[in-house]
Design a protein around this ligand. Sequence first.
Ligand SMILES: [Zn+2]
Length: 113
Amino acid sequence: MHELSIALSMMDRIREESVRHSGTVRSAHVRIGVLSGVDSEALRFAWEMARAGSELEEAELEIESVPLRVRCPVCGVTRTAEIQSIACPHCVTPEQDIVEGREMELTALEIDS
Ligand SMILES: [Zn+2]
């Protein structure tokens, strides 16, 4: 389950931050794109397992899912798209530039000191 290794490496980074701020982490905010290959539910489950009994036991995971946004290289229109129907509705160009939707990033931490 690759979400577990993602959760563990996120925790390593979060631990470094909490040491730097010498506080207790209350929540961690992440953005997950629909094309990131990360399953939000699986990540949430992995997080629950990984935090149990650790110093991050109190830390809630806040997941923001990021929809796919593409830009048509022909007509230049940026829009939200479904993975199943990515072609431009205006000019039917199938190759679209991906603007958003691949991210998997830690965006914020709430730390009590
Ligand atoms: Zn187009």
